[in-house]
Design a protein around this ligand. Structure first.
Ligand SMILES: Cc1cc2nc3c(=O)[nH]c(=O)nc-3n(C[C@H](O)[C@H](O)[C@H](O)COP(=O)(O)O)c2cc1C
Length: 94
């Protein structure tokens, strides 16, 4: 899905989210996932890989579980079977 605009602030509830260079939103298609547990577990591995990449490139990152699931789901036009698992900000260190 493509949508023009700056929606960074809407991907989280903390102030720094609006200033982050990039905010990742991890979404799982629960119809495709073998289980809810595995969807969340796999998401943890993906976000950890983002952390590793950021560490190698001198970038900062923070995984965020604080977000408004309903609001963000509407913004992304998610289908009922699509669930937001986690968000993650990536940015340059201060
Ligand atoms: C599942 C999960 C959800 C988290 N949610 C948030 C969050 O919403 N906001 C936040 O600031 N930190 C959150 N954290 C903590 C940060 O990702 C990070 O681990 C913590 O800030 C320590 O980072 P530092 O060692 O770089 O200071 C969460 C961590 C985990 C594992």
């Amino acid at each position: 899905m493509k949508k023009r605009g700056d929606y960074r602030a809407e991907t989280g509830v903390q102030d720094f989210v609006a200033d982050a260079a990039l905010n990742l939103v991890f979404v799982s298609d629960m119809d495709m996932a073998s289980s809810r547990q595995y969807a969340y577990t796999n998401c943890g591995f993906v976000s950890q890989n983002v952390y590793l990449y950021c560490a190698s490139e001198g970038l900062g990152s923070v995984v965020r579980g604080s977000f408004d699931k309903d609001k963000l789901g509407k913004l992304l036009n998610l289908k009922p079977n699509e669930e937001i698992l986690l968000t993650q900000s990536v940015s340059y260190p201060d």
